[in-house]
Design a protein around this ligand. Sequence first.
Ligand code: KE4
Length: 423
Amino acid sequence: MDDTSRQLFEKACGLIPGGVNSPVRACHNVDSLPLFIAEAHGCHLTDVDGREYIDFVLSWGPMILGHDDADVTAAVRTAAGRGTSYGAPCPDEVALAEAVVAAMPSLEMVRMVNSGTEATMSALRLARGVTGRNRVLKFVGCYHGHADPFLAAAGSGVATFAIPGTPGVPEAVVADTLLAPYNDLEAVKECFVRHGDSIAAVIVEPVAANMGLVLPVPGFLEGLRDITRQYDSLLIFDEVITGFRVAFGGAQARFGVDPDLTTFGKIIGGGLPVGAFGGKRRYMEQVAPRGAVYQAGTLSGNPLAMAAGLATLSKLACQNYAALEERTRSFAESLRDILHEKGVPVQMPTLASMFCPYFSQEPVTDFAGAKACDHALFTAFYKQMREQGIYLAPSGYETGMVSFVHSDDDFCQALEAARKVRF
Ligand code: KE4
């Protein structure tokens, strides 16, 4: 790592916990120090020491059009010239709401917030408010932001009541959080047989992208839809990552499953702080001030963020997702073959513009499988790729992302770097 990043990090550590404003950026999982980024254009980052990288993190998802997209940047510049926050409705809030509702098959209404965490926190409160129930079922290894009810660790047993996943989360708060293994529909059914009449909602990443990349096995999502309907619980799709990435209509369009509520983040803000939750009108109309379930935010619907989101979705609406999926698959399979040739065990699941190198003999179908991977090999891979200018997510539990502006040359450079990795 070069000097300026190191100097900035040392100063940051005296001012900001861990020197970063979000833990995963500290690169602890890969025994590295964070790079401080000076600017980004297309799929390229330039760090404060002037080194360039090909970016496969894309700000953890938002930058599917690439950094500094001309249309998005122009929209933000224009919005900025009209003031940065009104604390009152603005036309682009209506336009972005209309665009999100039009794109997502299940949505009839949507409420803008400022992060994915706010979106999932609010969606759970709404589900609890409309059902009068308290319990929520989530899946081990799925991440829904850092609201207390979701920071739950698995207790003992297969389908379990949770225990606090971090200090500061009271046991009482996660006492209503049930946990089951991802892709384990039998465990979910067992939960519902025992607690179904008290479960407000099931929340799921329809494609799990916070334990690497775990795809739903056939019938899993459909089974969640059936059982939640059977017990009058709500099904919440957390599409903070998958929304507008696995398809323009998200996972709900790709898999043809109709959730009651959906949460969004990342892409819908085009890189500015936006989250949203939406769903069926009968539920969303119970959100204040139309209904009684309180939810609020000073900067919700911020005009610059709305302009960035609107410019992003408007452009995505005419992008070729199938072509991006094919380019991503081709790249990921070539990367897998290169690693195989080095004699290391690797699985390389891909979906749409996401890929994940698991250093494992076995396919990964849940968090236990993700944990069992060789994370030391991942660290060695990460470090050597970064030394060669390839910027991967600094954790074996994250997902690689490809944008519409990654070129054949970018892919070739990444594959050439992988060929030089030594394990
Ligand atoms: P934010 O509050 O970070 O905007 O969104 C929380 C969230 C909710 N749901 C899903 C499926 C998510 O993936 C996230 C956040 N994703 C992580 C990375 N996988 C954000 C990176 C970080 O925490 O710095």
